[in-house]
Design a protein around this ligand. Sequence first.
Ligand code: NAP
Length: 236
Amino acid sequence: MDKKITLISGASRGIGRAIGTRLAHENHFVVLLARNAEEISELEFEIDQAGGKALSFAVDISQPEQVQATVDQVLQDFGRIDTLINNAGVGVFKNSELITTEEWDQVMDVNVKGSFLLTKAVLPAMKSAGSGHIVGIASDVSKRTFAEGSLYCASKYAQHAYFEAVRREVRKLGIKVSVIYPGLVDTYFHEGDPGQPHRASYLQPRDIADAVAYILNAPAHVIIDELMLHPMSQEW
Ligand code: NAP
């Protein structure tokens, strides 16, 4: 297998789906992860039909056993994992006193714990191989805040800190950690369907997929630590 084995979380919709589609057209066997089995099977089928290689696993990345079992299965099938794209994420936006403890746990469990669980599960194999690339899809609100964004911003700041610290641990072992900080992207993350006129100027999911491909295609001696991108229409 000369293709890179690449795990992508949150591959059923939006940014993760675009990353899966894009990397499958390059030299990647994409392993698609999301809870919605039907949506990721459909994407697996589409990629196969287009001549690419894909495999899908229905997994909730906040659940340690499910994450470990998925990574173990991929390692059993392929013997290695070259790339992990930590993309899955959720948001709750409201005044802080209205946030329930369930909502707090849900956002932190997916955005922060999910990134931690996947990273923890792939690192031993990457360390043995002496190579690997972990990419986090964080947010521009990993570095700024906004009203009614306390929970989401806290989760994205935490993701940023987590990936930065992991980068310091693993760089000397030949493993790269890169983080992308997008501004507004037109996906189901926002209320209503993508494609609405008032969101026409937002970034498109393929813009983030292009950024991921750029990061992954950097020469071996280069690490792109961070990449922030915004639509021209968004002030930052
Ligand atoms: P999206 O369209 O809502 O897609 C979110 C993806 O995450 C879906 O595939 C969803 O699949 C998956 N997911 C959610 N909970 C999960 C769980 N517990 N386990 C596994 N998968 C789970 O959102 P998006 O805009 O593409 O967001 C992708 C990432 O970009 C997120 O981390 C988000 O914070 C970040 N981001 C988005 C924007 C934006 O403006 N859209 C801006 C900056 C950063 P299932 O529901 O099938 O599990």
